[in-house]
Design a protein around this ligand. Structure first.
Ligand SMILES: Cc1ncc(COP(=O)(O)O)c(C=O)c1O
Length: 445
């Protein structure tokens, strides 16, 4: 039997129905093979066939609170009974309170929020706000980035998922990234490149848009001085700095936001995922008072039916209260240190681990097929090709060992719920230890 026939024979009724009627995301549909999850609890989830997995990537790097944040679930249920939905021209205690809480937890004077329902929409709003505010059109972003799936946000995305949407919206220009391990450019040289680009564009760029720590494109942590200097460079050229915190935000780095790691307050910040601990779809775009004031007498020509959805906002309020009450930001910093050391142990034990990097509970394990040579197994084009790569096979072996770990191109993405304990880290590392034998065996002789 072929691999696809094998998968079909194993599917239960739900999985078969889903396969027939629902599109899989970012996929050749013939390769989509959904697994039914029946329960999720703490850092674990259980599939319909009774297999339990430790969730080492918080699903899509979003289940920051773990899978049993009852306070969030209760707040949603209560809000749904009280007033499940009101139009955006009304408000609710949940929406007002969440706006106030975001002003508290975001850095500096970031204080006014536009609510949407996803990271993609948070970025779309940021692009429009930057354009309205500056009167300029171009957005400079970087190649190793993901900012969303819709026309605007995929156009400012650098990774290969943008290629199918090209030429995309006009005005999206791309720069190199601070990627010490895999780029020929030194991270700080890549900043000089951006400086030069902005000079050559001649005051036509509305904003520089970056993930403060790149997420799905490989957990790229810039040098300490990179982000502060990038803000200066952007401002010198009359451009705003937008930090996309959709993945790095809400404790993942051991700080509330990735920008906090570098002591930077961007002009606009986007967030989603951890904002509700993934209990509800909610995006937010937060701006400084100066930008907010601009819209007092200029129309903010943007909106959604579900802007500030009460149930999602109730989830956001309860999520922020849970981060605070359970000290999850500090915990992520402490457990993250431990996780970092344990991943270093794996690098020492496995020649196919080329690099481990990251901050807090936001870490990457990049593979190499030639020891000491930084030669990857997977390439950017694999992200949009059919078939599996060695890093997929490593992840599949980790699943056989009871651990779910996401991966992209050539890197395992380690971003568990912030509630994970050191014992659970040890359990996950033991599974990765077994899984990395797969990439060791696949190395060039
Ligand atoms: C940095 C970043 N921005 C934007 C997005 C898009 O968010 P969503 O998938 O919620 O639309 C993602 C998703 O992974 C992301 O990582």
């Amino acid at each position: 039997m072929s691999r696809q026939e094998d998968a079909a024979a194993d599917r239960n009724e739900v999985e078969a129905t889903d396969k027939e009627y629902v599109f899989g995301t970012w996929a050749y549909q013939s390769e989509v093979d959904p697994t039914q999850v029946e329960r999720a609890d703490g850092v674990r989830f259980t599939t319909a066939d009774g297999e339990e997995y430790l969730d080492l990537s918080g699903q899509l790097m979003c289940s920051n609170l773990g899978h049993s944040a009852d306070a969030v679930a209760d707040a949603m249920a209560e809000q749904a009974r009280e007033a499940a939905y009101v139009a955006p021209n009304y408000t609710t205690d949940a929406r007002a309170r969440l706006g106030e809480l975001l002003a508290e937890v975001t850095p500096g004077d970031l204080s006014k929020t536009f609510f949407s329902t996803s990271g993609t929409e948070a970025v779309e709003a940021a692009i429009k706000i930057a354009r309205f505010y500056t009167g300029k059109q171009k957005i400079l972003s970087r190649y190793r980035s993901y900012h969303g799936a819709t026309a605007g946000s995929i156009s400012v995305t650098g990774d290969p998922r943008r290629l199918a949407a090209e030429p995309g919206v006009p005005g999206a220009i791309k720069a190199p990234d601070p990627y010490a391990y895999g780029s020929t450019l030194d991270p700080m040289e890549s900043l000089d490149y951006i400086d030069e680009m902005l000079m050559l564009e001649g005051d036509t760029v509305a904003a520089v848009l970056v993930e403060p720590i790149v997420g799905s494109n490989g957990i790229l942590v810039p040098p300490e001085e990179y982000l502060p200097r990038l803000k200066e460079i952007a401002h010198d050229h009359g451009a705003l700095l937008i930090c996309d915190e959709v993945m790095a935000g809400f404790g993942r780095t051991g700080e509330w936001f990735g920008s906090d790691v570098f002591g930077v307050t961007p002009d606009i910040m986007t967030m989603a995922k951890g904002l509700t601990g993934a209990y509800a779809p909610l995006g937010a775009t937060v701006v400084t008072p100066e930008i907010a004031d601009h819209f007092e007498d200029e129309m903010l020509c943007h909106g959604h039916t579900y802007a500030g959805h009460p149930v999602a906002c109730a989830a956001g309020v309860a999520a922020i209260e849970t981060y605070r009450e359970q000290n999850l930001i500090e915990r992520a910093s402490e457990t993250g240190e431990y996780l970092g050391q344990r991943l270093e142990d794996l690098a020492d034990a496995h020649p196919s681990v080329g690099d481990t990097r990251g901050v807090g509970l936001f870490r990457g394990v990049e593979l190499t097929k030639r020891e000491g040579e930084r030669e990857p197994f997977g390439h950017r084009s694999d992200k949009v090709s059919k078939g599996t790569t060695v890093v997929d096979e490593v992840a599949a072996r980790a699943a056989d060992e009871g651990v779910y770990v996401a991966n992209m191109i050539n890197t395992l993405i380690v971003a568990p719920p912030l509630t994970i304990t050191e014992e659970e880290v040890d359990e996950a590392v033991a599974a990765l230890d077994a899984a990395l034998d797969v990439s060791d065996a696949a190395m060039d002789d």
